[in-house]
Design a protein around this ligand. Sequence first.
Ligand code: ADP
Ligand code: MG
Length: 675
Amino acid sequence: MALNLTEIKGLGPKRLKSLQNAGIETVEDLLNTFPYHYEDKTVTGFIDESLEKKLTVKVKVKERGKVRYLERKRSVLIVPVFDQKGTEADLVFFNQPYQIKRFLKDKVFYIYAKGSLKDGRYKFYSPKFAEGNDAKDFFTIDPVYKKFDGIPEAALKKFIHTALEFSELKDFLPLYQRERYDLMDLTEAYRQIHFPESKERLEKAIERIKYNEALRINTGIYWSKSEVQESEIKLENVELVDQLIKSLPFKLTGAQQKVLNEVYKDLNGSHLMNRMIEGDVGSGKTIIAVIVAYLFSLNGLQTAYMAPTEILARQHYENFKKLLEPFGCKIALLTGSVKPKEALEIREKLKSGEIDIVVGTHALIQESTVFYNIGLVITDEQHRFGVKQRGLFGNKGNVHTLVMSATPIPKTLMLTLFGDLDLSVINELPQGRKKVSTYFYTSKKIPKILDFIKGQVSEGHQAFIVCPFVEESEEMKEVSSVNETYEMVKDYFGDSLKVGLLHGKLDQQQKEEEIEKFESGETDVLVATSIIEVGINIPNVSTIVILSADRFGLSQLHQLRGRTGRSDIKSYCFLVSDNVSELNLERMKTIVNCHDGFKIAQKDLMMRGPGEYFGFRQHGFSNVKFIHPYRDREIFKKTKEMIDEIFRSTSKEDMICKDYLIANFNRELSLVSMN
Ligand code: ADP
Ligand code: MG
């Protein structure tokens, strides 16, 4: 890898910074910046097949288009076309009035886009297109990359091209292994991934990259096996914990008690606990954390509790305070938005041992936090963090770890992400929980749903209205943006209801104010983005409306639905989407009919890849991009054999390969845990 990023033409300091911010620091990282999907323009079909996925359709212009001018020099061009089956559609272009001259009556075009249906008519928004005669260059497979600040996609492709041409990339995998499994050479694989020549070559390239990913995963498993540490901690006073349990407003479920016993058993053992507690949303994982943290404080040991968002951290903090302060525990909140002076004070108190339990976000794990005597680290919804943080606490002392997750994780992936974790499952919901009645409607029903909310509010309950995260995209016009929805809902309710607004762009203080207003009942309805997805617990919410529900993953929908039904109030979930494609209807039906988060997650995992499922991409974790824990089981098996053979061998090429894999794995870990 002789080439340096700075040597690539056109890659100035600003763009370099932008890449570095995304974790791309070497030419190899650049090559590993894989497209997040491919636009396969070789797939052809008819207009009525275009609702589910983008495809290339041959159309004829029915008549000259029409341009509509809007305010501020904006315009819409609409061109009516039809395909060989006679189905009609409109091509819609924004702010390109001059295109009208191209689309002459009876001319043939190939267009590539996903169709949508509006009032019974097919629409193609800003399709890619080519005139019938120049179509031969049109049938390509185009990689699509995630956007980097200030770097147009064309420039990115150029950089990757240069990197491919000039880096002296050596395949780390010994030739005998490649031949045995008929794997594509690594340079060629990168070439095909970024500049695919054909579907067949691309598939072969992806297979090779899957092997690389599985090799890394198996390196992780190999590595984490030797990591179990002896425990130096002895815990007493377990019987005192019973007083806390007795003071709770509810009785622990059988499943909670069982999990607690498993934790106790770990804590009595000779090795450090490293356990994940999986439990569906609302199954009551938090109370386990509270109880265990209390046990540690009774033994003079501190607990760090990490939540994935500030909102959630604050909520857990309140919860810990409410339950444990009466028992004399000192609890602090430490997040990125705590004022520096206050944070300093908290850190001092953590150092001197005055604080027993600290609840917070990642700010917690910054190096400047020194503990007096930390014994337990708990991470909530760990998969959101993107991987291992255990190592980070390793140098803070002899610590037990507990991980909470509502998302079931296949064993193979779990091993890589968390090392050799033991697993406890809370497979029972607290008594009295009613199923959240779930319905699917198109947007025509929104007024009816809002009326329904009015009724619920008059009975003293509250509601969430969730909009998808707004992306810059072609279909932008179609997406209900959170601001517009807020205005619409406010208009509809007038003075009768109080509406709040919560999204990621607000600053932390505004966010907290909005949540507080909602929690205290000052607002009745909260219009929000999926920022509320994880963990938020406001038991008085009886209704959640999820707009453009087709834009959310299944597990995400289930998590969102789990924001309701958190007490014995009868709860409702409305999924709203105008996407009535077969695929989407099936997805919606899954949520309507199924209330078991584990089953939903399984289905989600089957329908999508683990990359999307765990949100690795946001975390820059390039490790798992293509491989699928179920579908690619064979590859996992084969790479395990490869690792066993290579790691034991003393031949030079095998040893080089082993060094490479270990170095790579360690680097990836250090990158990921910084998130
Ligand atoms: P999650 O597992 O999704 O993190 P929480 O721990 O937030 O769920 O618990 C959800 C709600 O259920 C909370 O309001 C909590 O107080 C309540 N809860 C927890 N355990 C029980 C129980 N055994 N009986 C009744 N309610 C419970
Ligand atoms: Mg939770």
